[in-house]
Design a protein around this ligand. Structure first.
Ligand SMILES: [Zn+2]
Length: 263
């Protein structure tokens, strides 16, 4: 069943981006922002040919939205598919899905507070999932890290695998390790960053990568000295500011995408 979508962008075409099987109308600018988020993450070096970002359906919390299986820098609004929380596509119409979409569905089930999820293989983060050195918050933009970053080791429960979170069981195990945190590392694979908005999840994914880079530099420099990272209280206070202040970064990144495409 096709239902009309709401177009909040006055003066733009009322083009329909997707068939909405949840029956809840979707704003075209919201779908455009989700597609733009993929391109932003690619431009910021968080994703490359792989990785994905999703958004919980704002009016149907048992659904989420994510691009078809495609390199993030190529995503357009027409590529967005709606999924139920078991990660079954409801309007694929022949389009293929990401193998690791279960990361998103199982986190949305476990965490009603989370509205957006980013999965990436951003390179500076990966070493912290390989050795016993915890990722710490090096600066205020990465304040969310001060709450602690768990590491999901897929072999603990599943033995030798292809390393991909390719079914619901594996997604559930990842969400359980993540618990109440907003970032989780995946041993020898990548990481997941989440947030209460699309913009915050993108901000956190970008600054998880930047923070990891800074931590590498800091650890090379400190030569036995104590690393004066943000503590949990500082992290909580600074993260509250970032929820709104981070919108400045989003506006910058979103405008750069708008300069490339007409949505
Ligand atoms: Zn992956």
């Amino acid at each position: 069943m096709d239902v009309p979508v709401v177009n909040r962008s006055a003066g733009k075409s009322s083009r329909k981006f997707m068939s909405n099987k949840s029956g809840v109308p979707l704003a075209t600018d919201l779908i455009a922002d989700l597609a733009a988020a993929s391109r932003i993450l690619a431009a910021q070096g968080v994703v490359d040919g792989f990785g994905h970002v999703s958004l919980r359906h704002p009016a149907a919390p048992d659904r989420y939205l994510m691009a078809r299986s495609l390199a993030p820098a190529l995503v357009t609004p027409d590529d967005i598919i709606e999924y139920d929380l078991d990660s079954n596509a409801v309007n694929a119409n022949g389009r293929s899905s990401f193998v690791e979409r279960f990361i998103h569905g199982e986190i949305y089930k476990a965490r009603p507070d989370i509205q957006s999820v980013v999965h990436s293989h951003s390179p500076s983060v990966i070493p912290f999932g390989l050795v016993g050195v915890p990722l710490q918050a090096m600066f205020h933009n990465a304040a969310f890290i001060a709450a602690g970053v768990p590491v999901f080791d897929i072999r603990e429960k599943f033995g030798a695998t292809d390393m991909l979170v390719g079914n619901r069981e594996k997604g559930l195990a990842l969400a359980a390790v993540m618990g109440e945190k907003d970032v989780v590392l995946m041993r020898a694979h990548g990481s997941v960053a989440c947030g209460p908005t699309l913009q915050t999840a993108v901000f956190r994914a970008v600054y998880t990568e930047v923070n990891a880079r800074i931590q590498h530099w800091t650890m090379a420099l400190k030569d036995g000295a104590i690393m004066a990272a943000l503590d949990a209280d500082e992290g909580r206070l600074a993260d509250a500011i970032n929820q709104t202040a981070g919108m400045r970064a989003w506006e910058l990144w979103r405008n750069r995408v708008r300069a490339e495409v007409n949505w």
